[in-house]
Ligand binder design. Structure first.
Ligand code: AMP
Ligand code: ZN
Length: 447
């Protein structure tokens, strides 16, 4: 397999270091309903895992859920997103976390994403966080301010390397009147202290005062405990590169003296009608919004897979309609395969897999599928690769329905069109659509 590695800014040949591919995915902050853009990354990383498995690799995948410490800015300003959610909804941050973690995992299932081997909640790793802060301090990488324990980025000479950061430029661009006690603009909190009178319900005693972990630390400690670094592949969105992943790398090195990951994969952002997704523009569509407009989560996944993870994708309802039609067309071809098996020894699934092996080029894979002669066995493997419920949504009808379809074929052959129309209507009532093609009638679920 070939994958683009953010670390080297090159497409490289991928091989795991050991006999299992160790993958970590930065998951969501569970404080509100995810919008469709948030599923982009998970769809592409699901494709990555499925592709690795089809290439016969063992995979161990860890996904985290951030339920503490992620402030409204990715740096150290603003309110904790969970505390803010709690304030807005009149609940505790723990209730907020439980509720939105469930929403997320329910939707994860609806999107047919393979379950992660470990789903790690940040608040379950607080002792490990404290231990990591102790180690960073012992190794001379931290200093204390009134506000928390900070990472001194000047002590880690490679700090700027991963994101190709321009630290001088950052310094010059720092806000006028920058009054924090931070030594360098790029320094960040590894642990935050809760000030007297400050309302922060998630709190743990450490260093003699109440506090909570800085956002990035959870990923470093979860990886250290659940996978052991260096892991093979670390994934996230491109927004993670300059702060979150840069800081995870620094913390891991400072605490454990190790490199965090061998390959880093980042996906680009989705825009909607050419604009960024934001509350103020009113375009934060959720999966349910798409469903209420007649599109299934699988149609949206088809839309995501029709493009490349590294391109900025522009979402429109017209393009979603096209994806829905593409999936319907594939299912129609599968239905046809069941009725009149396609014979082929062209090995077309191999071509599909090769496209995805080439830095997850799912767009090209889709184009190959559109034009290739495919057997039922090819389709089965395509379903394994894409997780689009192509087969199961197409071919799990009851015997009764199957007999009706057959009876209609016979009626048509006998030119008994009254009976064949009657059966068609009966099938529609059961959600089965029929399409009379030159090759005979094919059927599929009408949704
Ligand atoms: P948030 O919960 O807002 O921090 O978003 C979680 C993650 O979803 C972000 O860190 C991004 O990597 C990803 N994300 C957010 N918006 C988009 C978007 N428009 N397109 C693709 N990914 C996104
Ligand atoms: Zn992370």
């Amino acid at each position: 397999m070939k994958l683009y590695n953010t670390l080297t800014r090159k497409v490289e040949n991928f091989k795991p270091a050991g006999d299992t591919v160790k993958i970590y995915t930065c998951g969501p902050t569970v404080y509100n309903f995810p919008h469709i853009g948030n599923y982009a990354a998970y769809a592409y990383w699901d494709l990555l895992v499925r592709c690795l498995k089809l290439n016969s690799y063992n995979v161990k995948r860890v996904l985290n859920l951030t339920d503490v410490g992620h402030l409204t800015s990715d740096a150290d300003d603003g309110e904790d997103k969970l505390e803010k959610g709690a304030r807005l909804e009149g609940k505790t941050p723990f209730e907020i976390a439980d509720f939105y973690a469930k929403v997320y995992l329910d939707n994860y299932k609806k999107m047919e994403f393979l379950p992660a081997d470990v789903i790690a909640r940040a608040t379950d790793y607080i002792p490990e966080d404290m231990e990591a802060v102790d180690l960073m301090t012992k190794n001379g990488y931290t200093y204390e301010t009134r506000d928390g324990v900070y990472f001194d980025t000047a002590k880690f000479p490679e700090y700027a390397d991963f994101a190709r950061l321009d630290l001088e430029g950052l310094k010059a661009g720092a806000r006028v009147g920058f009054s924090s006690e931070k030594r360098n603009v790029s320094d960040f909190a590894v642990w935050k202290f809760i000030q007297p009178g400050e309302n922060h319900a998630m709190r743990w005693d450490y260093l003699g005062r109440p506090g909570y972990p800085g956002w990035h630390l959870e990923c470093a400690t979860i990886i250290h405990k659940e996978l052991g670094e260096p892991i093979d592949i670390h994934t996230g969105g491109i927004d993670h590169i300059p702060i979150h992943h840069t800081n995870e790398i620094a913390e891991t090195y400072a605490a454990y003296g190790t490199k965090l990951a061998r390959f880093w994969l980042h996906c680009d952002f989705i825009t909607i009608d050419g604009q960024k997704i934001s509350k103020s523009l009113g375009n934060t569509y959720t999966l349910s919004d798409l469903e209420s407009r007649g599109f299934s989560p699988m149609d949206y996944k088809m839309w995501l897979l029709s493009g490349h993870y590294q391109g900025t994708r522009n979402f429109t309802f017209e393009s979603l309609e096209a994806a829905k039609n593409r999936r319907a067309n594939w299912r129609e071809r599968i239905a046809l395969c069941y009725q009149k098996p396609v014979e082929s020894d062209e090995g077309n699934f191999t071509r599909v897999l090769e496209a995805v092996n080439n830095n997850l080029n799912s767009a090209e894979a889709c184009a190959i599928i559109d034009n290739a002669k495919l057997t039922l066995n090819d389709w089965r493997q395509i379903d394994e690769l894409f997780g689009l419920r192509l087969i199961s949504d197409t071919h799990d009808v009851s015997d009764e329905v199957y007999n009706l379809i057959h009876e209609r074929d016979v009626a048509r052959a006998n030119k008994d069109f009254a009976r064949s129309d009657e059966i068609r209507n009966e099938l529609i009532k059961r959600g089965i659509a029929l399409n009379d093609t030159p090759n005979g009638a094919v059927w599929y679920y009408a949704n």
